[in-house]
Design a protein around this ligand. Structure first.
Ligand code: AVI
Length: 307
């Protein structure tokens, strides 16, 4: 499907920059969602497993901290697997899955409704970068916004602050936020998680080129691009890039550009925030009284913050 006009312009502008970039949102077409699901099960990719372990172990504690919860709103809900660990403890009346991949999240909430009889479910197809509009029948009281997976780390800190403020507004008075963040750790652990031995993350990275081809009619050949992932300690982030294996000319409708051998397209950042810094960000976004759960290695944190 071609991209809407403004997305099309953004993509072309980003591709014509030096260095070029592609927004990580282009990872998540149908194939990309499947590849990401495969990543979450890889031995090297610890975040999903560690976060699920925390939700499973501390579910009752989290429910006590949250208190009565009428609606649980998951941002970037994807396959809605993580929320399964929370539903028995939180017992919300309604679950709202919000995701840019509308069909994918619709199927996922339908599966949830089958597995949790009595739970009302809604799917909202939306890019969470813009303020999210919920269906009208979602009560403004008793909302818990759930943003797991350390996805906040995929935004630059300034943008992350904007999103945290939007989440504060979405939760509303008396509501809260339950968020997962990946913490800084040994760079070998981090780099293996983003460059796995089976090459699934490499396939995920290259798949963005196929998605871009469909959006702007370009002729990127994914086989001509190498996956590059490394930890940038100055910025406390993993960076992912695609690197041209040879000199390349890429065409798209109405234009194109030359890439030198070794030239990179920056596709993703994944920030690893130290806990005290992230607490400061939550407080600047208007949240108060945070409770935190971390695993025994201090690799990942789940935080409940009151709006
Ligand atoms: C979705 N997000 C939190 C993932 C991450 O770890 O930054 C995306 C990802 N990129 C490569 N592997 C996983």
């Amino acid at each position: 499907m071609p991209a809407p006009a403004s997305a099309h312009e953004d993509l072309l502008r980003d591709l014509c920059r030096t260095p070029a970039r592609i927004s990580p949102k282009y990872f998540y077409d149908q194939r990309g969602c499947e590849l990401f699901e495969a990543i979450t099960g890889l031995p090297e990719y610890y975040p999903t497993r560690t976060e699920m372990g925390l939700l499973e172990q501390w579910g009752a504690d989290i429910a006590r901290s949250v208190g009565p919860c009428r609606s649980l709103i998951e941002l970037g809900a994807g396959n809605c697997e993580k929320v399964r660990w929370l539903l028995p403890a939180l017992q919300p009346q309604c679950f709202v899955g919000v995701d840019i991949a509308g069909d994918f999240v619709l199927e996922a909430v339908q599966r949830l409704a089958q597995d949790f009889p009595g739970l009302q479910v809604r799917a909202v197809a939306a890019d969470i970068c813009a303020p999210v509009t919920l269906p009208e029948d979602i009560a403004s009281q008793g909302r818990l916004v759930f943003y797991p997976g350390s996805s906040i780390g995929n935004f630059d800190p300034g943008h992350a602050m904007v999103l945290l403020r939007q989440m504060h507004a979405l939760a509303g008075e008396g509501g809260g936020l339950l968020i997962g963040i990946d913490l800084p750790k040994d760079r070998r652990v981090l780099e293996a998680a983003y460059d796995d031995a089976a090459g699934v993350t490499a396939a995920f990275n290259r798949n963005a080129l196929r998605h871009v081809n469909r959006c702007i009619g370009s002729d990127f050949d994914p086989a001509q691009w190498a996956h590059v992932a490394f930890f940038n300690p100055a910025q406390s982030r993993i960076e992912m890039h695609l690197q041209a294996c040879e000199p390349l000319r890429v065409q798209w409708s109405g234009g194109g550009r030359q890439f030198a051998q070794g030239e990179r397209i920056h596709t993703e950042n994944s920030y690893k925030y130290p806990l005290p810094l992230f607490m400061q960000m939550l407080s600047q976004a208007g949240f108060t009284a945070c409770t935190t759960w971390t695993d025994e290695r201090d690799w990942f944190a789940v935080i409940h913050a009151r709006a």
